[in-house]
Design a protein around this ligand. Structure first.
Ligand SMILES: NC(=O)c1ccc[n+]([C@@H]2O[C@H](COP(=O)([O-])OP(=O)(O)OC[C@H]3O[C@@H](n4cnc5c(N)ncnc54)[C@H](O)[C@@H]3O)[C@@H](O)[C@H]2O)c1
Length: 265
């Protein structure tokens, strides 16, 4: 019996990177997982995931294409999860993007794009997951992906920093709003995780003149991590599985730093 056997989970931004690792780790603990992503390729990854984590007691997986900035898409993803597995017990609002620009170059378009994907999606995801959990009548768990940029405003990522600060506020607001329905809402905040997001960010930071060559920005951001290296997605999943499990039942409204000690707050 895994820590999450018979739990039904939905993870957004799950076609790759941190979301994919979160989903696989949940399955290894027996959960059924809906991998949700705007990338249509998410449907294709599910067979591979099931094979990769194959073993006694692992859960089932489905792939759903959905855009987290659309309430209708989130509702459909939740409906497909419930139809496949019977309920929604844990919701991960993880999808996110970064489009760095130097502070004075930030446009309304850049702001709208980043804040819609990173912050509006968390509001919508919390609301729609909670609607389903309240209808089921036995509580649930919501876990949001914040960032070290939630607590630090970076001059070349102002909308990203603002959107991730909003993830902390939304986590606290939702925790207070949903406590009576036995729904806990928490967030986790990574620093540098080696995923396609960082590969692209590294290139974009060269393009806007923050760094001179590929790899320099990753090295610079990672140099103050106390454990001495950037994270792999698998370094994050001990915490995400904990936040999805009953072991975290007495924690709500919190943002847990999973940053190797980059910031001590
Ligand atoms: N990689 C890091 O260093 C790092 C650090 C702190 C926080 N984070 C956060 O972790 C989360 C995951 O990041 P990652 O590094 O795995 O990124 P990633 O780019 O590797 O994966 C993100 C996934 O989200 C999906 N996505 C993007 N927009 C979407 C939308 N509108 N609807 C549905 N899916 C969408 C993408 O298709 C992609 O599969 C993000 O919220 C990111 O801000 C990442």
């Amino acid at each position: 019996m895994g820590r999450l056997s018979s739990k039904n989970c939905l993870v957004t931004g799950a076609a790759r990177g941190i979301g994919l690792a979160i989903g696989k780790a949940l399955m290894r603990e027996g959960a059924n997982v809906a991998f949700v992503d705007v990338d249509a390729g998410v449907k294709g990854i599910v067979a591979g995931v099931a094979k990769e984590v194959a073993g006694a007691g692992i859960g089932r997986a489905i792939g759903v294409q959905a855009d987290v900035t659309s309430r209708a898409d989130i509702r459909r993803a939740i409906a497909e999860t419930v139809s496949a597995f019977g309920s929604l017990d844990v919701m991960f609002n993880n999808a996110g993007i970064n489009k760095p620009l130097n502070f004075m170059d930030v446009t309304e378009e850049n702001w709208d794009q980043v804040v819609r994907v990173n912050a509006l999606s968390v509001l919508l995801g919390c609301q729609e997951a909670a609607r389903q959990m309240i209808a089921q009548g036995r509580g649930g768990k919501i876990v949001n992906t914040a960032s070290v940029a939630s607590r630090q405003g970076y001059p070349n990522m102002a909308p990203y920093s603002a959107s991730k600060a909003a993830v902390i506020s939304l986590t606290q607001a939702a925790a207070r709003a949903l406590a009576k329905q036995q729904i806990t809402v928490n967030a986790f905040a990574p620093a540098v995780v080696l995923t396609p997001l960082w590969e692209q960010l590294d290139k974009d930071l060269v393009a806007i003149g923050t760094s001179k060559q590929p790899g320099e920005a990753i090295d610079m951001f990672s140099s103050t991590i106390l454990v001495g290296r950037a994270a792999r997605p698998e370094d994050i999943t001990g915490t995400t599985t904990f936040l999805a499990s009953a072991d975290s039942d007495y924690i709500t409204g919190q943002t847990i730093m999973v940053d190797g000690g980059k910031f001590l707050v």
